[in-house]
Design a protein around this ligand. Structure first.
Ligand SMILES: Cc1cc2nc3c(=O)[nH]c(=O)nc-3n(C[C@H](O)[C@H](O)[C@H](O)COP(=O)(O)OP(=O)(O)OC[C@H]3O[C@@H](n4cnc5c(N)ncnc54)[C@H](O)[C@@H]3O)c2cc1C
Length: 411
């Protein structure tokens, strides 16, 4: 099938990838509607993509070459133990074949790879969509209504397109939060010793009731240290649990900053507590953790992509890879389809179950690493390895599922 018009609601990771996939598959009019006015590239922190997923995505044409990435090799699990030195005591080490990215640089690479024919409109908020057998209607803030052959919901965790595809589906609060931040890697030198391990190492600090993942990422002005700290919700401080982005960077209240400082002092090995404390408050934020699975990812001429289709707790580091896989599967389904219905059915069959499996795996990881943490400090390396395998529950690993070969582009 060739031709047709597509509206992509949301111009982030999934939105850029879907716009490119639609043009390559043969659409003759693709419009991205992104509500943000400013430069998306200025925002965001670190994320990781498994090397095997990156290779599949590159083969499928969904991950452009040349985007800055930092190679990671192994993951070290450490506990606080004053007798073991400032970096903590190593309880287990595992291979970690991922590359880390800076969200803004990844977005910039995807945006730059979007064909010139894509019309990327910023400052446009979509208020609602409707899609029947004959097309999709997109209602904009201000009242204008636009018609397309297909509307893609790439509008993130609070998707308005999802509301039309799966009415009433809402993200569920997981019961804990994630503090996040990043800092100039050169600042680690201020700590005065060489405890920082190999730059390819990911450190997971383990403590009762939570854990923290620390790794390097590329940055616009040089390497940065990115950290993601899962812990029970702070008391007070104005954090709300009805909005996954309660406190954007730079807007932490003094009460929340103090709670973070106390957590680092209480639970972290001295070196890592001091390293995270170097983070500029403007680069620190806290968000409640949510997840959501949808019963379906298509309805009429509407289709869900990325976080709009599935909100996965971040533990399995699969959000960006999953969004790009969705785009690759969309392109493949389009190339095989002879009608819009065929395209939508093909996409539903390829991507419907994928999100549900990721949500289930991330729940197991969250339970084991935050909600019901084991006595890491008294476990042997073999016991930690067995504990890890138990969380996987038969999954091959974290970082998302392998892409079926059908997602590769037609020659
Ligand atoms: C600014 C930003 C920073 C991020 N930083 C990280 C990070 O550091 N690490 C990480 O793992 N993940 C991060 N993510 C999430 C990560 O990008 C996603 O998990 C994954 O890449 C899939 O994203 P997505 O494109 O489906 O959704 P999102 O990245 O959430 O994008 C949704 C887009 O839709 C737009 N939008 C929403 N509603 C409307 C509407 N009604 N009308 C028009 N536009 C709308 C939003 O402005 C946004 O650009 C970030 C997302 C954003 C937007």
């Amino acid at each position: 099938m060739r031709g047709g018009t597509v509206a992509v609601v949301g111009g982030s990771i999934a939105g850029c990838a879907f716009a490119s996939a639609a043009v390559r598959a043969g659409a003759d009019g693709v419009v991205v509607l992104e509500r943000t006015h400013g430069r998306l590239a200025d925002r965001g922190l670190g994320l990781c993509v498994h090397d095997d997923r990156a290779a599949e995505l590159a083969d499928a044409g969904a991950l452009p070459a040349g985007i800055p990435a930092h190679r990671l090799e192994r993951r070290r699990w450490v506990v606080r133990d004053p007798g073991a030195g400032g970096g903590g005591r190593l309880v287990w080490e595992q291979p970690f074949p991922f590359h880390s990215y800076h969200w803004g640089l990844l977005w910039r690479g995807l945006r730059a790879a979007t064909p010139d024919s894509v019309v990327y409109r910023q400052g446009v908020t979509v208020e609602g969509v409707a899609g029947d057998g004959g097309g999709a209607e997109v209602r904009l803030a201000g009242g204008a209504v636009e018609r397309y052959d297909l509307a893609v919901g790439a509008d993130g965790y609070r998707s308005v397109v999802r509301e039309a595809v799966c009415p009433g589906a809402r993200p569920h609060y997981a019961g804990y939060v994630c503090w996040r931040g990043n800092l100039d890697a050169a600042r680690l030198a201020e700590l005065g010793d060489a405890t920082d391990p190999h730059p390819g190492a990911v450190t997971t600090v383990c403590f009762p009731g939570g854990s923290c993942v620390i790794y390097r990422i590329p940055g616009p002005d040089g390497p940065r240290v990115n950290w993601v700290l899962y812990a029970p919700p702070p008391q007070g401080g104005g954090l709300r649990f009805d909005d996954p982005t309660s406190f954007p960077p730079g807007e932490l209240t003094p009460e929340l900053s103090e709670q973070l400082r106390a957590l680092l002092e209480r639970e972290f090995p001295a070196y890592w507590g001091a390293a995270l404390a170097l983070t500029d408050p403007a680069d620190t934020f806290v968000q409640p953790i949510y997840d959501l699975e949808t019963a379906r990812v298509t309805a009429g001429r509407l289709l869900l992509a990325g976080d709009a289709a599935t909100v996965v707790r971040p533990h399995n580091t699969s959000g960006a890879a999953k969004a790009l896989q969705d785009a690759a599967a969309f392109g493949a389904a389009w190339r095989r389809a002879e009608s819009w219905e065929g395209l939508l059915d093909g996409y539903q069959a390829a991507r419907g179950p994928a999100g549900r499996d990721l949500v289930a795996l991330a729940r197991r990881l969250g339970r084991a690493q935050v909600e019901r943490t084991p006595a890491w400090a008294s476990m042997s390396g073999d016991e930690v390895a067995a504990w890890w395998q138990g969380q996987l529950g038969g999954a091959a690993g974290i970082g998302g599922q392998a892409m079926p070969p059908t997602a590769a582009p037609a020659p």
